[in-house]
Ligand binder design. Structure first.
Ligand SMILES: Nc1ncnc2c1ncn2[C@@H]1O[C@H](COP(=O)(O)OP(=O)(O)O)[C@@H](O)[C@H]1O
Ligand SMILES: [Mg+2]
Length: 379
C-alpha cells in the first residue's frame, strides 16, 4: 500500500458486497448478519444515518468477532482512516452501580482516546470533535443490562437503557477535555453530536432462548419447528429437529426479557446470529483469520516444523465443539488446545515427528489424537 491519496477510492465505491467480503475473512457462517452490518457500515462511511444494530446470538457465535472485524477492516482499508475512532466497551462500564447513574463520559473517553491516536498530537477542538462524531461505538454484553435479572427488577439496567436511548437518538452531549487552541493546550468543552455515530450492541440473551423456546413448544402457540438432515463425519445422515431463535423471535419477546421498548426502538435492525454447525466450525478451525490451527502452524514454522491436520481430525474437533452448544466456536480452541499443547511444549520428543527429505520436520494432528481428547471419558 503506497498511502498515496490518488490511490484511494471514493467511499461510495466500497459497496456493501465489498465490505461483506472483507468482514467474511474473519467471520464465518454469519452471512445474514454480515449483510446487515455491511449496509450499516456503508451508510455510516458515506455520511448517511447508519441505522443502529443489535446483535443477538448464543455465546461463541461471533458477536464480539464481528465487532473486532469491523475494527480490523477500518484499519486495513486505508479509505476508512477517518472512521478509525471505534470503541468496543462492555455495557456494565457505562453505569455507576452505586449512584445508579448513566456515565456516557466513559464511552466518550474511550472514543476520545481513539480519536487522539488518529489525529495525532495537539489536535484542535474541531478536529477532535469531528473525529469523535464519526465514531463506531460497540457496546457488548448489553443483555446483562436487562431491566429484569433472575426474575428481579434490575434498576441499573433501566438506567443504562434509558441513558443509551437518549444518546442514540442523536443527542448533543457536552464533553470536557483538553485541546490545542493557538498552539496551547487548554481545557475545552466539546459539544458532541451523536447523530452520525454508529451504534452496534451485542449480547447472548441467554434466557431469551429458553423463554422463546417455551413459548414455541406450547401447543397453544400455533408455532411449528423445522426438521433438517444433518451429515455426520462418518457419512451418516441424521434427521434433527432444531430450535433456532431466528425463526421465532418477536419484538414482544425482547420486551418480556427486560429490554425497554423505547430503547429497542433505537435499533433499525435486530440481527440474529446462527448457531454454528459442524461444517462452519471446521472452517473456523482451519481457515478463519483467527484460526487456532493457523496460529499453531506459524508457531511451529519458526522451528522449521510443518504442522498438518488430517481432515477427519478437524471434523472430530468440530463435532466435539458443536456438542457444546453454549460455548460455540470457543469450544474449538479448548479442544484443539488439549491436542496441541503437549506438542507445542516439546515437539522434539513426540513419536509422530517425521523428518522431511529437505531437512525440515513434519507433525500431523491425526484423527486418533483428536479422538483421544474428545472421547467422553477424557473429560
Ligand atoms: N462466526 C465466527 N467466525 C469466525 N470465528 C468465530 C465465529 N464465532 C466465534 N468465533 C471464534 O470463537 C471465539 C469466540 O467468539 P466471540 O465472537 O467472542 O463469541 P461471542 O458471540 O460470545 O461474542 C473467538 O475466538 C472467535 O475467533
Ligand atoms: Mg462476546
Amino acid at each position: 500500500m503506497s498511502g498515496d491519496k490518488k490511490d484511494l477510492r471514493p467511499l461510495e465505491g466500497i459497496t456493501p458486497p465489498k465490505i461483506f467480503d472483507e468482514l467474511r475473512r474473519g467471520v464465518l457462517g454469519q452471512n445474514g448478519a454480515l449483510r446487515y452490518v455491511s449496509v450499516a457500515v456503508y451508510k455510516h462511511t458515506t455520511g448517511k444515518v447508519p441505522g443502529n444494530i443489535l446483535l443477538i446470538g448464543n455465546s461463541g457465535t461471533g458477536k464480539t468477532t464481528i465487532m473486532n472485524n469491523i475494527q480490523r477492516m477500518y484499519h486495513d482499508v486505508e479509505e476508512y482512516r477517518p472512521f478509525r475512532a471505534m470503541t468496543i466497551i462492555n455495557a456494565n462500564l457505562l453505569v455507576d452501580a452505586e449512584r445508579l447513574e448513566f456515565q456516557p463520559e466513559r464511552l466518550l473517553a474511550a472514543v476520545e482516546q481513539r480519536a487522539r491516536a488518529l489525529v495525532g498530537s495537539n489536535p484542535s477542538p474541531e478536529e477532535l470533535k469531528e473525529t469523535m462524531e464519526r465514531a463506531t461505538v460497540c457496546i457488548d454484553e448489553i443483555d446483562k443490562m436487562s431491566s429484569i435479572v433472575a426474575g428481579k427488577p434490575n434498576p441499573i439496567g433501566v438506567v443504562l437503557q434509558q441513558g443509551l436511548l437518549t444518546l442514540m437518538e442523536g443527542e448533543v452531549v457536552t464533553y470536557k477535555t483538553y485541546a490545542s487552541t493557538n498552539g496551547e493546550e487548554k481545557p475545552v468543552t466539546l459539544n458532541i453530536d451523536t447523530r452520525h455515530m454508529m451504534f452496534i450492541c451485542g449480547g447472548a440473551f441467554e434466557g431469551l432462548y429458553d423463554q422463546v423456546y417455551l413459548r414455541v413448544i406450547n401447543p397453544a402457540s400455533g408455532e411449528k419447528m423445522k426438521s433438517q438432515a444433518v451429515q455426520m463425519a462418518d457419512g451418516q445422515v441424521r434427521i434433527e429437529t432444531r430450535f433456532a431463535l431466528i425463526d421465532f423471535l418477536k419484538p414482544e419477546d425482547l420486551f418480556e426479557y427486560g429490554m425497554v421498548p423505547q430503547f429497542m426502538a433505537r435499533f433499525d435492525n435486530v440481527v440474529l446470529l446462527r448457531d454454528l454447525d459442524v461444517a462452519v466450525l471446521k472452517s473456523i478451525l482451519l481457515e478463519s483469520l483467527d484460526s487456532p490451527f493457523v496460529r499453531s502452524k506459524s508457531f511451529f514454522e519458526v522451528m522449521d516444523i510443518e504442522l498438518e491436520m488430517e481432515d477427519v481430525a478437524a471434523s472430530t474437533i468440530a463435532e466435539a465443539a458443536e456438542k457444546n452448544i453454549r460455548t460455540g466456536a470457543r469450544a474449538l480452541r479448548t479442544v484443539f488446545n488439549k491436542i496441541i499443547n503437549p506438542l507445542e511444549y516439546d515437539p522434539w520428543q513426540h513419536e509422530g515427528l517425521e523428518k522431511k527429505p529437505d531437512g525440515g520436520h513434519k507433525l500431523v494432528v491425526t484423527a486418533e489424537m483428536a479422538r483421544r481428547v474428545t472421547a467422553p471419558s477424557s473429560g
